[in-house]
Design a protein around this ligand. Sequence first.
Ligand SMILES: NC(=O)c1ccc[n+]([C@@H]2O[C@H](COP(=O)([O-])OP(=O)(O)OC[C@H]3O[C@@H](n4cnc5c(N)ncnc54)[C@H](O)[C@@H]3O)[C@@H](O)[C@H]2O)c1
Length: 257
Amino acid sequence: MEIDADLFRLDGKVALVTGGSRGIGKAICLGLATFGADVGILGISSATADTVREIERRGRRALFVPTDVSRIDEVRAGVAEVERVLGGIDILVNNAGVGVVTPAEAVTEEEWHQVMGVNLRGLFFTSQAVGQSMIRRGRGGRIINIASIFGIVGSELGASVYHASKGAVVNLTRALACEWAKHGILVNSIGPGFIVTDMTAAIHEQPRLEELLTRRHALGRFGRPEEIVGAVIFMASAASTFVTGENLFVDGGYTAW
Ligand SMILES: NC(=O)c1ccc[n+]([C@@H]2O[C@H](COP(=O)([O-])OP(=O)(O)OC[C@H]3O[C@@H](n4cnc5c(N)ncnc54)[C@H](O)[C@@H]3O)[C@@H](O)[C@H]2O)c1
């Protein structure tokens, strides 16, 4: 039996990441490039130019296409542009996400549509656009959805719509895995615990809340964006050829209690 020492390499692959300007998405872009992939990025922030530069510094090609993933027409055009410039997409990482903190009894329709539009509709139609291309090209592919611990547990934090969107992502992942297995497309999700990013910055201004949430992680701390990268490389590479429809928690033991 031969075990390939390059099991995790991604040389010659083209990856597409949504929301790569900062935080977890930026770490994922740099991780994919470090393991050999060229990286296209769909996002809304001009700060993505920094991510592009850092990818190119690693000797890989990078392309940023300004795209609001909640707009299906923009997503389709963005996917087509990445494929025109970088080639057919082998790996999609649906990372872009937003949250609102509003008690469930006060959530507005606008807040509902904002969160669902990015976290669920955007993720679905990006997967569809890339999935159509992967099916057409007939070489399979990988889709990795960034879900959350909040996709399977609740909280008292006023994040009900976010919980709903991430719960849907976890089960959408299973549905797509079943539908597209026949095309060789493996679909998995990652459930991060609390990670130190702009999304969670406000928590650190509330010491009691920060302490409460810190203690809910068995490891007794928040994670760092780069700690999500290993799971992504696993799911993107030959290391996971028999893994699909799975959700891997990278949560410091938040869901282990
Ligand atoms: N930080 C955490 O504790 C945590 C925990 C679990 C899951 N997550 C998930 O990880 C992902 C990344 O989160 P993060 O903490 O890095 O957040 P972040 O706010 O730092 O980054 C989010 C990224 O998404 C982009 N984005 C937002 N709206 C967009 C849109 N409409 N179209 C395209 N791009 C858009 C932003 O520009 C940014 O690049 C999200 O899906 C989030 O729900 C985060």
